[in-house]
Ligand binder design. Structure first.
Ligand SMILES: [Cu+2]
Length: 165
């Protein structure tokens, strides 16, 4: 009798979990698609990097205190960096790499269209408790930034700096 009850509980738990698991799979589209080719598009702040050629790994943490840790990163020109972007908060966060001008424009756009779906090689939209990767090659020297462009987060200081030497 007790065993039967346990089985029922397990079945119910699995049924409740199923949509969550399916949702997790849904996130595997876009740039997470394993058959997708690496973009060759050049941006003012570099280009997408081949994960197999990554020469450095940097762990970036995002928190509900609206902060990135670390908040400043120095890389060498040409370096292919794998960013492991972790959301240790309880709300959605994202890391978007760009120039300050691009990030500001993008943040404005997000305010007008809060549910805007986007997925580019230079961004990681991360659910609470999850980790996602960005692999990026910094091809030009200069000062670039990364920000969380969810409404209010950028303004609250959720921003970091990348110096390419
Ligand atoms: Cu955020």
């Amino acid at each position: 009798m007790k065993k039967l009850l346990l089985n029922q509980i397990l079945t119910i738990t699995l049924l409740l979990l199923a949509p969550a698991l399916a949702w997790g799979h849904g996130e595997a589209h876009g740039k997470k698609d394993p058959n997708r080719k690496i973009s060759t598009e050049e941006h003012p702040f570099g280009r997408e990097g081949d994960p197999k050629k990554a020469t450095r790994t940097i762990n970036v943490d995002m928190s509900d205190k609206m902060r990135f840790t670390p908040a400043a990163i120095t890389v060498k020109r040409g370096e292919i960096v794998r960013f492991n972007v972790k959301n240790s908060g309880k709300v959605m966060h994202e890391m978007v790499i760009g120039t300050m001008k691009e990030l500001k424009e993008h943040a404005e756009l997000m305010k007008k269209h809060p549910n805007m779906e986007h997925d580019e090689p230079y961004m990681a939209h991360v659910s609470p408790g999850k980790t996602q990767q960005i692999v990026w090659q910094f091809t030009k020297p200069g000062e670039f930034f990364y920000g969380c462009l969810l409404p209010g987060h950028f303004e609250a200081g959720m921003i970091g700096k990348i110096i390419v030497k």
